[in-house]
Design a protein around this ligand. Sequence first.
Ligand SMILES: Cc1cc2nc3c(=O)[nH]c(=O)nc-3n(C[C@H](O)[C@H](O)[C@H](O)COP(=O)(O)OP(=O)(O)OC[C@H]3O[C@@H](n4cnc5c(N)ncnc54)[C@H](O)[C@@H]3O)c2cc1C
Length: 423
Amino acid sequence: MNPKVIIIGAGFGGLEAATKLAKEPVDILLIDKNNFHTFTPLIYQVATCALDPSEVAYPVRGIFRRNRNVSFLLGTVTAIDTDSQTITVEHSDGQRSEHYDALIVAGGSVYNFFGMEDVARHSYVLDELSDAVRLRNHILRLFEKAVWEEDSAERAALTTMVVVGGGPTGIETAGAIYELYNHVLSHEFSQRKLRARVVLVEMQDHLLAPYPHSLQHAALTQLRSLGVEVILGNGLDGVSADSVTLSDGTEIPTHTLIWSAGVKASPLAEMLGVELARAGRVPIDAQTKVLGLENVYAVGDMTYLEDPEGNPYPMLIPVAQQQAEVAAHNIMAAINGTATKQFRYKDRGIMATIGRKRAVAWLYNRVTLKGRLAWLAWLGLHLVTLLGFRNRLNVLVNWTWNYFTYDRSARLLLEQQQRIAKQ
Ligand SMILES: Cc1cc2nc3c(=O)[nH]c(=O)nc-3n(C[C@H](O)[C@H](O)[C@H](O)COP(=O)(O)OP(=O)(O)OC[C@H]3O[C@@H](n4cnc5c(N)ncnc54)[C@H](O)[C@@H]3O)c2cc1C
């Protein structure tokens, strides 16, 4: 019998670990609450009708169809017992326990509302693919409503979108919503002259915290030139179903708050029973082992490990993937009694797009790119790293089509159709 490795999470970390271990004499059980892997960098494009959900996700079973030693279980892990080395999974047929010889926990992160219940209740987030579809339906429904709305103030509220958080997800979403309005909806809803307003609110006095100053400034200029209203140095004070209030008392009538101002570790972290670090992250050592536990490794967004300067590694795809590679190596090293590996982050840079021909990139912590060049670099990188040839081809065709026609094909309100059909 081969040793059994359980991997929780088929995101970037979990998938990388499973791919590496699939070549080894171990039996792998990969568990995820979704039956697909999501390419998170592009889900904002699903929310803004540029791409279809199936183009940014890939079925997990399809990825490992040729690996006989990889099994997949669709379910949610609800408990981890590190003494008996078992986990509990809730799935469609009930609950089951699974024993492991080695465990990799790669549950990612969830949005952090910092205890603000009104924000949790009234906001939209972009964490999972289903969030993107929900936001897309919401925006399209509001525009359909606005075109028939007689009251001009309410009409304006329906087409006002507030994005909170000036990180990459916030600026990409704000830019893409404005372009959806500017290039598509404003032409199609022309009977009523709808005027969309996209407001981006950031508490600090600059956008994109980890970027150099010149790129923070470039991002701000590009967003404003697009038409997005950027409010800096002002936080969110409260939100209701029809308005957002900022710290300085400004009230913005709106039905749409998109929250992208903070994340914390997946609740899976609490199931490990160890003392957690900032943002509920699980402390790991450079071998990616959870501090204080045997045979348990953790990788990606939910982990806490400091770089040589004493800063925690960022919640990014390359970090998750490189940590997963180390975890897979070290599990085999423990089984075979060979040398272990230490995690050393190879940082190739960060980039964020703001809209058509607008982006910023900071490559290898040295080279700064902005505007068209950064945008082309962003397009190329995301196309190459997207999982599945069919998805890459579809996305390329869709982007080319959108670029030349200014159209967005993925904007069907399916949810509403289904409800009407059932009545
Ligand atoms: C909108 C958005 C855009 C982003 N853009 C970028 C970008 O451009 N570049 C970049 O480097 N990073 C980006 N990120 C961050 C990137 O997605 C994460 O750093 C990366 O996904 C971390 O990988 P992970 O394996 O730790 O977690 P994930 O990839 O999030 O995977 C976690 C998996 O665990 C599963 N899971 C969680 N809890 C359970 C449970 N209890 N039971 C079963 N399964 C569970 C989830 O379904 C998920 O599949 C973005 C994130 C978001 C949300």
